[in-house]
Design a protein around this ligand. Structure first.
Ligand code: FO1
Length: 327
């Protein structure tokens, strides 16, 4: 079975671990592909940082810092302290020593003129990840945030500065996806969607993770055209985000922080949107009829991914909803 998952960073990594586990239980011969958001990417200290790709790579490799959700386990920060002393990079954005190894390797390949997808291929070849990682695009597309700063009207900062430096304490008035109009899907992305048996929108941030992937020209059309069922997993449980700041992002685009609102935001494929099916948590079970009346097959299942077993069970729920939709 070929499963293609559109994913952001931390929520996407957890879900992919579950899907990998579920496919392993079903025996071999499966192809798991992750199409990963690159809108969080940034140039820091002359290095190209790709947070969502790295979070997923490290998690599938089992070398991630599970407490922080990003970076490497057993990390040290000697170089980062030196960079801060030199006034280079972002003092509030820590580049660990092991992590810097990946950033230096990636940037050296980019400087040779190789595309990001080749850098991802080379970095991920180091570990048996059990999944193929594709950047959503090889072109530089960065999310910038227009913030409500009393000191400076119209202030626009990089997503990482809003997310990490300000912890989204500056209200987001809107998002700019710089470079998106000219961007093209990375090699393999459109085929991974067209040839899939199941396509999944992981429980990642609908605006700055899933949104930045599907708004790359060509990807939305590929999702609408694929013969595979497209199943989404709600990143909102009981009206609250599972982690991160999806609520701050959703409110910036006028979407309620609710499992049904996000489903309707993605839209039913039957009426020109993206979803055939949608999984919400049991606490939101009352929302099922309303979402179904919008043309999206919906099930209320346990969504909390606490460990490989619960993540694998969620992956199983996705696959069984896909079969129900296909039928
Ligand atoms: N997140 C933080 O909260 N603080 C950091 O200092 C930080 C550094 C960092 C360095 C590399 C990297 O790949 C990710 C890093 N992150 C950090 C996480 C990052 O902001 C998030 O993973 C995503 O961009 C949001 O999903």
């Amino acid at each position: 079975m070929r499963i293609t998952v559109l994913a952001g960073g931390v929520g996407g990594a957890r879900f992919l671990l579950g899907m990998r586990e579920r496919l392993a239980q079903a025996g071999g011969g499966h192809e798991l592909t992750a199409v990963v958001n690159t809108g969080d990417d940034a140039w820091v200290a002359g290095l190209r940082i790709t947070p969502d790709l790295d979070s997923i790579m490290y998690a599938l490799a089992g070398v991630n810092d599970t407490a922080r959700g990003w970076g490497r386990e057993g990390e040290t920060e000697r170089v980062s302290a030196e960079l801060t002393a030199w006034g280079v990079g972002w003092p509030w954005f820590t580049l660990g020593d092991l992590d810097l190894g990946a950033h230096i390797a990636r940037t050296s390949w980019l400087r040779e003129g190789l595309p990001l997808s080749t850098a991802v291929e080379r970095l991920t070849a180091r570990w048996p990840l059990g999944a193929r990682l594709l950047p959503a695009t090889d072109d530089e597309v960065e999310t910038w945030v227009r913030v409500d700063d009393p000191a400076e009207s119209g202030r626009t900062i990089h997503f990482q500065e809003w997310w990490v430096r300000y912890r989204s304490s500056l209200a987001a008035l809107g998002f700019e996806h710089r470079g998106q109009a000219e961007a093209r899907p990375a090699p393999g992305v459109l085929n991974a969607i067209a040839d899939a048996d199941v396509v999944v929108l992981a429980p990642s941030n609908p605006v700055v993770s899933i949104g930045t992937i599907i708004d790359i020209p060509g990807i939305r059309d590929a999702l609408r055209a694929t013969s595979a069922p497209v199943i989404g997993v709600s990143p909102i449980i009981g009206g609250a985000v599972v982690r991160g700041m999806a609520d701050a992002c959703l409110s910036a685009i006028g979407v309620a922080t609710a499992a049904d609102a996000v489903a309707l935001h993605y839209g039913a494929r039957a009426s020109g949107g993206l979803l055939d099916g949608w999984l919400i948590d049991e606490v939101d079970a009352a929302l099922v009829p309303g979402i179904e009346s919008g043309g999206i097959a919906t099930r209320a299942v346990p969504l909390w991914m606490r460990d490989p077993a619960t993540s694998s069970a969620l992956a199983d729920d996705v696959l069984s909803l896909a079969e129900a939709v296909r039928g």
